[in-house]
Design a protein around this ligand. Structure first.
Ligand SMILES: Nc1ccc2ncsc2c1
Length: 238
């Protein structure tokens, strides 16, 4: 999987790549990340990337030309790639969409704007517009990192054995169960007895009950397609 990131802050992406869990996947050559500075695709000596909005209003708007020039530069190799604009107006990014990206795309271009706004005409050159959530961010770079991290974790063998075995609750449709490790008693705060019992059946049931309890409390919207067994447990909790 190849990611090409268009941004005016390449350092944000490059720093994460150096220190993130992506290192193993990059070293194995399973993933490649190339970062492009949009300022390198400007045509003026000041490398200008934004201007005042037509119609007035606060803030600056990112101009289309650097985006267009960068996209045309990437497309010159005529290889297939999915172009994704990171935007608060996009469709919500979910684990399901991460899975779809991993399965369908060999290469993705992640286009990061700053969030006073981007010239609307940029959207004519992208395949998808994706949002990571409903809050105010300064730009699309964090969203690009979220997408890279979540998609790479889905690539078989990308993260090495110690990580790839991590079962992700979002794939099951509810939140994770509580986790504990040593010490068994920290200032009187004890690890639940069941986790010390060695009874794997009881532990699995306890974990499922806790996961459903957490989900019911914090994210009831996730409780959609429960199995009859999970529904039975959930009813006991209500
Ligand atoms: N403010 C904001 C919120 C979500 C989002 N997703 C991609 S860019 C972006 C920017």
């Amino acid at each position: 999987m190849k990611f090409e990131v268009l941004t005016i802050f390449p350092e944000i992406i490059e720093c994460y790549i150096k220190h993130g869990v992506l290192g193993k996947a990059l070293n194995k050559g399973i993933v490649e990340v190339k970062v492009y500075n949009l300022r390198d695709f400007t045509s003026d000596k000041h490398k200008k990337v934004d201007d005042y909005p037509y119609g007035g209003g606060a803030g600056m708007v990112m101009q289309i030309e650097p985006f267009y020039n960068a996209i045309m530069h990437l497309k010159a190799d005529e290889k297939p790639r999915k172009l994704v604009l990171l935007s608060p107006q996009g469709r919500k990014f979910t684990q399901k969409l991460a899975q779809k990206f991993m399965e369908e795309s060999k290469a993705m271009v992640l286009i990061c704007g700053r969030y006073e706004g981007i010239d609307e005409r940029v959207k004519a050159f992208v395949d998808e517009e994706v949002s990571i959530g409903d809050y105010v961010l300064s730009g699309g770079e964090l969203a690009a990192l979220v997408i890279i991290d979540s998609v790479v974790r889905l690539i078989p063998g990308a993260l090495g054995d110690e990580l790839s075995a991590v079962e992700d609750s979002f794939m099951k449709g509810f939140l994770d169960y509580p986790h504990y490790t040593r010490p068994e008693d920290f200032k009187g705060m004890k690890v639940p007895e069941v986790l010390l019992s060695g009874d794997h059946k009881k532990i699995a049931l306890w974990r499922k009950r806790q996961a459903l309890k957490n989900t019911l409390k914090n994210r009831p919207d996730l409780l959609k397609n429960l199995s009859p067994e999970d529904m039975r447990i959930l009813k006991e909790l209500c």
